[in-house]
Design a protein around this ligand. Sequence first.
Ligand SMILES: Cc1cc2nc3c(=O)[nH]c(=O)nc-3n(C[C@H](O)[C@H](O)[C@H](O)COP(=O)(O)O)c2cc1C
Length: 179
Amino acid sequence: MLKILAFGASNSRNSINKQLAAYAAEQFEDAAVTLIDLNDFDMPIYGIDREKENGIPDAAQEFKSLIEAHDLILISLAEHNGSYTVAFKNLLDWTSRIEQKLWSGRPMFLLSTSPGKRGGVSVMETASVRAGFMGGEVVATFSLPSFRNNFSAEEGITDSELAKQFQEKLQLVRKHFAQ
Ligand SMILES: Cc1cc2nc3c(=O)[nH]c(=O)nc-3n(C[C@H](O)[C@H](O)[C@H](O)COP(=O)(O)O)c2cc1C
């Protein structure tokens, strides 16, 4: 059974990216999904002096173990000022001190969404390139623009053209594991 580690890359309690990540993970039939919340991986802001004095926090070790225990990493990226949220970047920085290639060769399905028309394409540009340098294999990406117009909790992606594009991306990921 495919084991999926899914999360929204945000520490917002009402994260729209957490909603999108949960929805995307549900689309995989016969998968075991672990949906995590970045609030459970809260750590001090990374600093070399903190690392020297106190070592790497347990939460980073726990995140690294979760990556290794799953087959697919599914992330929906929130965009803050064109890039990662501080919560996600901090998690990346701490975990990269355990192993720079922190994604451990895992296939990745990267999503993003925002209330705006670009749907987080700037953070996606960064994340999709950086994932490869950090030991991940990006299998598919999908950005959902104008979340509140194009997504509902009951129906998922409501715009038919965007729903079709999303299904195509899902197929790419399914095929990757069918090989
Ligand atoms: C500090 C800050 C910066 C933001 N910068 C952007 C941005 O660059 N692009 C964008 O589309 N939305 C931006 N937004 C709006 C977020 O996309 C919006 O808050 C969204 O809900 C974040 O995703 P989340 O709900 O999963 O945390 C920003 C919001 C905050 C609070």
